[in-house]
Each structure stands twice: as C-alpha cells, then as structure tokens.
Ligand binder design. Structure first.
Ligand SMILES: Nc1ncnc2c1ncn2[C@@H]1O[C@H](COP(=O)(O)OP(=O)(O)OP(=O)(O)O)[C@@H](O)[C@H]1O
Ligand SMILES: [Mg+2]
Length: 253
C-alpha cells in the first residue's frame, strides 16, 4: 500500500499537459567500497505528444536517465512523475501496471522474446496488463489490432516467425508494434536505429514518427544521429550526467 504520509500533495503534480517529469534526478552506483554518481541532478519535462531527442557522448548517462524516466530503475534522489502520478510513491504492482500501460519501450537490441513469434511478441503488453480471464475475452480484439499493425509495418507474412528468423529491421518493427499495442501516452526509445544500416534505420524511424504523430504519443528518443535528432521538435544534450542544452526547434514541413 502507498504510505499516505509519503504521498505528495496534489500541488506537486505537474500540469495536466505534462506526460513525464523528472525532478532533481541523481543516480549513484556502488563501485567497490565507493559510490560513483552518474546523474547529478537532472530536471526534464516532456509535454504530451512532444517529440524530443536526447544526445550526448557515450557514457554521458543517457541510458541511465532513460531507465529512471522509464521506471525501470529507481533514482538515488529525485522524483519521476508519469501521467500525473509520482511513480515511487506507488506500490510495486501499481508501478509495474503504470509502466506497462503508459510507456512503450524500443531498445537498440529489440529485446524480443526468442521463444515467441512476431505476433505473440507484439501481444505481450496485453498479456501482462490483463488478468488471464480478461485477456481470454479480449484476446481477439488485441490480436486483430496487433495483426493490423504488423501488416501495416510490412510484416503480414512474418506473423509466425520467431525473432531468430527475422532481420534486424523486421525485429525492430515488431518491437515498435509491441510498444504501441496498448496506445501508451509515451514511447521511450534508446538508440532504436543503432543496430541497423542507415537506410533500414531511416525507414524504421519514419514508421515510428508516423505512428507517434497519428496517435499524438510523446516520444523520447536517444540517438547519436544528429539528422534524426533534428527531426524532433526539441533537442536535449547531456554531458557528464547533466543536461547542458535544451532547445526547441522549428521543424521544416
Ligand atoms: N550499474 C552500473 N554500475 C556502475 N556504473 C554504471 C552502471 N550503469 C552505468 N554506469 C556508468 O554510468 C555511465 C553512463 O552510462 P550510460 O549507459 O548511461 O551512458 P550512455 O550515455 O547511455 O552511453 P552510450 O551512448 O554509450 O549508450 C558510464 O560511465 C557507465 O559505466
Ligand atoms: Mg546508452
């Protein structure tokens, strides 16, 4: 149960048009006898439907920050608000439910389950979100949605393929379908094209941008590719565990 004495007052909650807010995020890791601080107090807010890129040299702390903003890792200090809720005041099952329904993840190395086929991988968030009985009732609805999405992504004849039987670009498209299945208000993508050749990567990202725009999903995208970053309305630059620059761009239409 949430301890009410620790629960923040509603005054602390970000404005309704903010989907994600990280405040004063610090993260230190124990290394031997010492503690090594990697994030030194990061503040980042993301508006609903906003597309933002996060760049910075290798080791700057981008993945560490994404893991925290994605509720996969707990900050040593600071708060993370997602969709109006302060994530670390929730119980573990509440937080897991919030993460599963409010964030779609796309990783550099896809992270598909090897034993499941493309369709089953895309359906995973629904299997996790719904208790077994409810899932049985809604299975057809979700299956229809996943099949339609995979077909739209050019994978109509790959539904029964396991990840090992798919190319990198195909696996990433399955991962994007999985990320979008429950229509989350936020997508977090950590170098989604980092393992693909540039033209495949561009096509995969195009697809992600299209879906994001259509659904008005917020997108937080880590990339080393400046050209891709410039396709985002806002660019954030990290250096040594701090945000050094935050600029809003005018995207040419
Ligand atoms: N569990 C951990 N224990 C100790 N140090 C860690 C841990 N995780 C990350 N670090 C350190 O934190 C720093 C930032 O790592 P992080 O993975 O966030 O970088 P990054 O900006 O994502 O880099 P890249 O662009 O190469 O992916 C690195 O120096 C890394 O060694
Ligand atoms: Mg990284």
């Amino acid at each position: 149960m949430t301890d009410p004495s620790n629960a923040p007052t509603t005054d602390d909650a970000p404005a309704a048009d903010i989907i994600l807010s990280g405040r004063g995020i610090r993260r230190a890791f124990p290394v031997g006898e010492r503690s090594l601080e990697i994030l030194h107090g990061v503040d980042l807010e993301l508006g609903r439907g906003q597309r933002i890129s996060l760049m910075g040299a290798s080791g700057a702390g981008k993945t560490t920050l994404l893991n925290i903003l994605g509720l996969l890792d707990r900050p040593t200090e600071g708060e993370v608000w997602l969709d109006g809720l302060s994530a670390w005041t929730l119980t573990t099952p509440e937080r897991a439910q919030l993460r599963n329904t409010s964030i779609g993840f796309v990783f550099q190395f896809y992270h598909l389950l090897a034993e499941l086929n493309a369709l089953e991988n895309a359906l995973l968030p629904a299997m996790i979100a719904l208790p077994h009985v409810a899932y049985r009732h809604k299975r057809e609805e979700y299956e229809g949605k996943a099949v339609a999405m995979l077909e739209r992504f050019g994978l109509g004849d790959r539904l029964k393929h396991r990840p090992g039987q798919l190319s990198g670009g195909e696996q990433q498209r399955v991962a994007i379908a999985r990320a979008l299945l429950l229509d989350p208000p936020l997508i977090i993508a950590d170098e989604p094209t980092g393992n693909l050749d540039s033209s495949t990567g561009e096509r995969v990202l195009e697809l992600l941008f299209d879906e994001q725009e259509t659904r008005n999903t917020a997108l937080l995208l880590v990339t080393h590719d400046r050209r891709l970053a410039q396709r985002c309305e806002r660019m954030v630059h990290m250096e040594d565990g701090l945000i050094q620059a935050d600029s809003t761009l005018t995207i040419p239409t």
